[in-house]
Structures are given as C-alpha cells and as structure tokens.
Design a protein around this ligand. Structure first.
Ligand code: SF4
Length: 384
C-alpha cells in the first residue's frame, strides 16, 4: 500500500470527524511553501518568476509551526521553490513530526544526497521527489541534463537509508501512454513507495505555455496509461477515486480549501495554483474567500484544471459519502473503457483577471519599507 495503513486510518477518521461536526469546509493537507527560490528553472513552473527580493524571503520555523497550528490538517506537504535550500528545513520537519503530522518533503533531489544526514527515517515522514518521466522526458521538463540521474541516485540512497520515498510526476501535453506506463514500471522497480501524478497546471507565469493538457486530453491519456497498468500493482499515494477522476469517470467540482497554501505572502487565495489574493490568517482565508467564484465552470483560469490541489480533496470527501464506490474502484482500478462522466459546462464561467504585477509591486514596496525601517533602527541604536 502506497499510504501507510495508519495514515489512511487517521486521515479517514479526521474526515469522518469533520462531517460529524458538520464542518462545511475543512483542510486535508496543509501546503507549506517556505520559500520560492529554486536551484532549477523548469519550463512549466509558475512559482519562481519573482524578483530577487521576493525569492530571498523565507518563512521562519515559527511561522511554519503557526501555519500548522492555525490549519490543523493531518497531512503537510512542504514545497517551494526548493525546500532543501532553506537552512532551517531540518528543524521545521523535526518539529512538525513531533506534532505527529504526516509530512511530505517535496524536492527536485539535486541536494538530497548531500542533505540526507540532516533527516531521520520516520513512519510519519516521506521524501516526495519530482520526476516527470523517464530520463529524456524529465531532463527536458526541468530544462537541465543530468537531473534525472541525480534524482534516481538520491532515491536509491534514501531507500537504502530506510526512508519512505514517493515521486511526484507532472504530466504535460505530448506525453506518450506507453512511455509513461514504462516509467511507472521503472519507479516501482526502484522501490519507491508511491506515485503521485497529475496534469500540469497552465500557470500564467510559466515560460512554456504550449505544453499544458486540456481536460479531454488529460482524461484520454490517463485512461490509456491505466489500461496499460492493469494487473501491474503500481502504488499511488492518491485516492483511487482521484485516479478514476483523471481517467474521466467522475464529475467532481473543485475543493480548493482542501489543500490550503501558506507561503511568504500569507494564505493564498484560492489554492496552490492561483494567487488571486492573500489572507493574513487561515480563518480569514476560510471565511473571506469567495469560494463559489473558483473551480472548473466558475472561472476561466480553472477551465482545464484537473490537479490534485483542487480535486483530490473532492475525491476523498466522495469516498466518505460513497464507501462502496471507492471499494469497487480500489479493487478494479480506474475504469478505462466506456463512456466518460459528463463534463462541467464552461458556459457561465467568469473571465480571467490578472493581478500579478500589482501584487508583486505591492510586495516589493513592503519589503523595501521593512528594509528601510531596519536600517533606521540600526542607525539610531546608541553606541555601547
Ligand atoms: S480548479 Fe480549483 S485547484 Fe484548479 S486552479 Fe481553479 S481553484 Fe485552483
């Protein structure tokens, strides 16, 4: 099983508890982005296109712990940027694990071998290594040769040391089902504990806009891949119903509050993928976001999204409501034949709005003002 049984039980119990409390919206996974800075510049990334003063910002250890306290989700995914560039990352992870949270540390693995000694294997902890496909595919995706080999070497080393390791595979237009299926075989043979996969989201700031999948292509691609995987026992870290959704068999509406994101700007509205505004607190995010304005069918920027940020939580909530359905899909695997589930109409979606420049300008002014204030304090401090 890709997700340890205790984790599945605890997350299931958490979801049931939220339903019993009649909470309309609740988080399942806290997404923590303690920095945007990265040591790669991938063509499909929408996270690193910030001016240097913003890339130099970091969440402190205490800010990360406070985010966990505010949010209370049972699972935490630490992403970025590249989290291993954050000097205090071992302390952040240790303290989150001490709170008995299930922590996934996402990394491109370039620094993983060098940093392994800073971490200890723990049943609550997993490395989540970015690998978008076989050597040629991944190196093209991250725009640098040799990254696949280094990531694979690091995965092997981490497994030798007793760590849990999953891979995070983002799929783009042009992916060939046979190649992707062979890649899943290869990572299983490497001994990884699980695969997390999804189509890439068309970030408006991503340098390469030509290779994002639309919904129809996504569904057909995953159907073809899952058909090739029948009987192969690939282990996924995702709900069987989310995989069934990727293969076009579920009509889910987005649940963006299921994976709320805290980064150096605050709590991002409405999801990991879209930065349409920021809240100062988790409570403010949950209460003041106009959630009904987002999701496929509601907003142009959401039209082609099938990413786990919004739809995995929909699948998990559905599993609680329809336990027999998830049992059936878990036993048989995602459906790969027959008619697909109806698609959500885009007829009434609102047009996209763009606020990146305004947002970045205001952040830059804040950073400059803070810097000036610090300088003033230092200048005004009396000499000893
Ligand atoms: S559909 Fe949901 S997860 Fe996807 S971009 Fe829109 S709000 Fe975010």
């Amino acid at each position: 099983m890709a997700v340890p049984i205790m984790q599945a039980v605890r997350v299931g119990a958490y979801v049931v508890k939220q339903h019993l409390k009649r909470r309309q919206r609740y988080p399942l996974v806290l997404m923590l982005e303690p920095l945007f800075r990265c040591n790669l510049a991938c063509a499909g990334c929408g996270k690193i296109d910030y001016p240097a003063p913003i890339l130099n910002q970091r969440l402190t250890v205490q800010e990360c712990l406070d985010a966990d306290t505010e949010c209370g989700a049972p699972v935490i995914a630490v992403a970025g940027g590249e989290p291993l560039l954050h000097k205090e990352m071992p302390e952040i992870i240790e303290k989150l694990l001490a709170r008995r949270k299930y922590v996934y540390l996402c990394t491109n693995a370039l620094l993983l071998e060098k940093k392994l000694d800073d971490y200890k294997p723990n049943p609550f902890f997993s490395w989540d290594v970015h690998l978008d496909g076989d050597q040629e595919t991944h190196d093209a995706s991250v725009c640098q040769d040799g990254v696949y080999d280094r990531a694979v070497a690091a995965i092997r080393k981490a497994k030798e040391r007793g760590f849990r390791v999953s891979i995070n595979c983002t799929v783009f237009d042009g992916a060939k089902p046979e190649r992707l299926a062979k890649f899943f075989d290869d990572v299983m043979a490497m001994g990884v504990d699980g695969i997390m996969t999804a189509p890439g989201y068309a970030y408006e700031r991503a340098p390469d806009q030509a290779h994002f999948l639309n919904r129809q292509k996504t569904k057909q691609l995953f159907r073809d891949v899952f058909r090739l995987g029948k009987g192969k026992k690939w282990r996924f870290t995702q709900s069987p119903l989310f995989l069934n959704f990727l293969a076009g068999n579920e009509t889910y509406h987005c649940t963006p509050w299921g994976k709320p994101l805290r980064n150096v700007f605050g709590w991002q509205k409405p999801c990991y993928l879209l930065g349409e505004g920021y809240a100062a607190t988790f409570k403010e995010l949950m209460e003041d976001t106009a959630w009904e304005q987002y999701g496929t069918g509601n907003y142009e920027k959401c039209a082609d999204c099938m990413v786990h940020s919004g739809y995995e939580s929909s699948a998990v909530i559905d599993a609680v409501k329809r336990p027999l359905h998830i049992l059936k899909v878990a036993l048989r695997g995602p459906q790969t034949e027959g008619e697909m589930a109806p698609e959500i109409s885009l007829e009434n979606q609102r047009p996209a709005t763009y606020n990146y420049t305004e947002h970045v300008d205001s952040r830059m002014k804040e950073i400059a003002a803070k810097k000036a204030a610090t300088r003033k304090v230092v200048v005004n401090e009396p000499a000893e």
